[in-house]
Write a protein that binds this ligand. Structure first.
Ligand code: HEM
Ligand code: HEM
Length: 174
């Protein structure tokens, strides 16, 4: 039981760190895209990618623990929710790979400023928000924060995503 709580707490801390990290990354990316110059700190994003790797490994352990918990076996609803977390996380990984490949292959201006590039960024913003909304309850639970803040967390995340998506699309059209 103790091990289970530790693992979940560790995943909660890493998850919270990548939430902040990628919201800052996307905000800077949006502002740099609007202003139009390259950041010399691109390599820093890869620190965040390593943390995503840690999050995925910890999630494998926490998922396994939930599924094999004999004291409190997971309900069908909880199992479905876990599948949803993996599906939205997997989708986020796929779109993020497309984001990196687009930047590497076509350069920043094409990857971010064309309509196709902007649609990809908008898609990334939406999938990020969906994964965070799906994981919001677990995040608060893992960090021992009151579930009262779930709606506020979801609203903040969706507001950020709307800002990223709308800025990308407006920037590409204008
Ligand atoms: C949704 C809004 C996002 C925007 C507007 C955005 C924007 C950008 C920009 C402008 C860069 C170039 C880096 C720079 O010069 O500083 C970049 C690079 C990168 N982004 Fe994003 N990003 C977003 C979301 C994400 C997410 C959610 C991930 C990961 C899950 C991610 C992963 C990366 C990585 C790994 C690079 C480095 C690519 C390279 O080394 O060439 N981005 N992004
Ligand atoms: C920028 C990238 C990502 C962010 C910001 C993020 C954020 C989060 C958050 C806040 C949670 C809920 C807290 C928790 O359960 O500890 C969560 C859970 C989860 N995430 Fe992610 N995630 C990202 C990428 C991914 C990826 C790429 C995958 C899988 C391929 C993934 C799979 C999962 C799974 C399975 C859970 C549930 C873990 C559990 O219930 O024990 N995530 N994520």
């Amino acid at each position: 039981m103790r091990k289970r709580l530790d693992m979940r707490f560790a995943n909660g801390v890493v998850s919270a760190a990548i939430v902040v990290f990628f919201l800052v990354h996307a905000t800077l990316g949006t502002l740099l895209g609007l202003v139009g110059f390259l950041s010399p700190f691109t390599w820093l994003v890869w620190v965040g990618v390593v943390l995503i790797g840690v999050h995925v490994v910890l999630s494998i352990f926490t998922s396994r623990e939930q599924l094999t918990d004999l004291e409190r076996p997971p309900s069908p609803r909880k199992k479905r929710h876990l599948v949803l977390k993996w599906a939205t996380g997997g989708l986020l990984a796929l779109v993020a790979v497309a984001h990196v490949v687009a930047i590497r292959l076509f350069g920043m201006s094409v990857a971010l400023s064309t309509v196709t590039g902007a649609l990809l960024t908008a898609c990334l913003a939406v999938v990020l928000a969906v994964h965070l909304c799906v994981g919001s309850k677990s995040l608060l639970k893992d960090l021992n924060i009151s579930r009262r803040y779930k709606l506020a967390f979801r609203l903040v995340v969706c507001a950020f995503a709307a800002f990223f998506a709308i800025s990308a699309l407006v920037g590409a059209i204008l």
